[in-house]
Design a protein around this ligand. Structure first.
Ligand code: SF4
Length: 521
């Protein structure tokens, strides 16, 4: 007999451990649907999505992952931020989730719809079933009404998720519930055993192969000995007549996108010196709670970004260490260059070029970590646009062009455009005369700066490249960048020798990220 196609809306993997097999047992062809845009931050979303993937494999069932769009969800609950859990914000949140699931089910040939949400003893099952009925009716579906927490459903789901080693969260999902539960979360971290928790020390050879060594970035013929269990160091055949450029930068504390960021910040340093990044060594020191999955997630990102940039992963080290509660990731990257760029070659009158626009990295971090700061004066689409700026943080493409024209290049990071330019001045001993009106500041950045009262010129700026170019080469450099589709502007000139020390670097991002949280708000 042909089974009826049911879509099971999944709020998280542990909550699905009982409903999913039960619905299959009732004869449905049950596929999963994971929504997740309510979950904050994205790293938490990834952990929950990974757990759903694992459960789907266990069930041998299909699962669909809705696009992660937290700004759209935040827009939907705008004005309800201060509601308590089980209040109006949660009712709106259920609507967002269940109407999205119903729409997907109808578009993809499902006839029945159900949710795992009613397994939670903290949620209003009648409200959820009522919302589900309306969502299903709107799309001509049959709502399969369940209260999964009955007959010890919740207890059984806790036991089953422990058995399967699934990640279990300690707050409902959104930033507001995370804040409310922060204290409880800390307590539970201290008291609840974490199934994924690793002992301090290295991974076993098999776990290392599975989670770390299988991610090797781009192929590189010069890499004679690469990463492997028992290999102490990489051996590389160096091209004749080239200079070696070497950089090392860490990423401390970040989870989401940390692997990608690690590759980009190191690669930007090599690119700024006129080199082509080639071989990366990665040291991962991870909190035990991060688990093998966490190591694999970071390595997957490193692998993808390395492939995109033509970098081979040449080696490194991985360990779990209970001294840290956030990951510490260290990159050491080498590349080859045909030239040596020295700040001492810069002369008075040379022109300062800046690529793309100011504050790319800082704005994308604010949009990802504190979108609620931007929501009062930006639409969800505008915030989404800022989030996409995170893809612009590599300066390798413009560096490959500008290195043929520039006397010196610099990748401004903390301290923003001003911090980066001050560092150039310090190195060469000359002042700089910048035309502020020529600086490329996007309208969205300018609007945020005005409303949140910060100086975009002091906002962390990875993604832009500063280049000092002799004036006779400026036109050619700018037209070549334009032909490659890279925005750039000449914004000033190097001036006479410095007559006063450059100011201390000032960074705006940290103040922005703390805004409104100082008193535990
Ligand atoms: S507490 Fe949970 S159900 Fe309520 S709005 Fe936040 S994520 Fe949604």
């Amino acid at each position: 007999m042909k089974k009826e196609k049911l879509l099971l809306h999944i709020c998280c993997a542990p909550d699905a451990t009982v409903p999913w097999p039960a619905l299959s047992g009732e004869g449905y062809d049950a596929a999963g649907y994971f929504y997740g845009s309510n979950i904050h931050p994205e790293a938490e979303y990834q952990k929950r999505a990974d757990a759903v993937r694992k459960l789907a494999a266990e069930e041998g069932a299909r699962v669909f992952f809705e696009r992660y769009e937290p700004t759209g969800w935040l827009e939907a609950v705008r004005g309800l931020e201060d509601e308590p859990e089980r209040g109006r914000r949660c009712a709106r949140c259920f609507e967002e989730q269940l109407y999205a699931a119903a729409a997907y089910a109808a578009e993809n040939g499902y006839t029945h719809l159900c949710t795992t949400l009613t397994i939670s003893p903290h949620k209003d099952a009648d409200l959820i079933n009522g919302t589900g009925r309306r969502a299903a009716a709107r799309h001509g579906l049959v709502w399969v009404e369940k209260i999964w927490r009955k007959k010890d459903g919740f207890k059984r789901s806790v036991a089953r998720s422990k058995e399967l080693g699934l990640y279990r969260q300690n707050y409902c999902g959104c930033a507001f519930s995370a804040r409310g539960a922060a204290q409880e979360t800390e307590m539970s971290k201290m008291t609840e055993p974490n199934e994924k928790k690793m002992p301090s020390g290295k991974l076993s050879p098999e776990a290392l192969k599975r989670n770390v060594l299988s991610y090797r970035g781009a192929d590189a013929p010069g890499l004679l000995i690469g990463p492997g269990v028992g290999e102490d160091a990489a051996v590389i055949k160096w091209p004749e007549g080239k200079y070696m450029v070497f950089a090392s930068d860490p990423v401390v504390g970040a989870e989401n996108g940390a692997g990608r960021l690690l590759v980009r910040i190191n690669s930007n340093d090599i690119a700024s010196k006129g080199g082509d990044p080639a071989y990366l060594a990665v040291t991962l020191v991870l909190p035990p709670s991060f688990g093998e999955d966490g190591a694999a997630r970071i390595m997957r990102e490193i692998d993808e970004e390395c492939r995109a940039q033509g970098i081979a992963v040449a080696g490194g080290h991985t360990e779990f260490n209970d001294r840290y509660d956030r990951p510490v990731i260290m990159g050491a990257l080498i590349g080859a260059a045909d030239m040596v760029m020295r700040a001492s070659d810069i002369s008075e009158g040379d022109v300062i070029i800046v690529t793309k626009h100011i504050g790319i990295e800082g704005m994308s971090i604010v949009a990802a970590d504190r979108p609620e700061l931007l929501l009062p004066f930006m639409s969800a689409d505008e915030i989404k646009e800022i989030l996409s700026w995170a893809d612009m943080t590599s300066v390798l493409p413009e560096a490959r062009i500008l290195r043929r024209y520039a006397k010196f290049m610099h990748d401004p990071t903390e301290g923003g455009f001003c911090g980066g330019l001050d560092e150039i001045c310090m190195l060469c001993g000359l002042s700089a005369d910048v035309d502020r009106s020529a600086l490329p500041v996007e309208e969205l950045t300018a609007r945020a700066a005005e409303k949140l009262r910060f100086d975009p010129l002091h906002l962390i700026a990875s993604g832009s490249l500063l280049a000092v170019v002799p004036k006779e080469l400026v036109e050619s450099a700018l037209s070549e960048l334009e032909a490659a589709g890279i925005a750039a502007a000449a914004v000033g000139r190097m001036g006479p020798p410095l007559s006063a020390p450059v100011p201390e670097p000032a960074e705006e991002l940290w103040r922005l990220l703390k805004m409104g949280k100082e008193n535990g708000e």
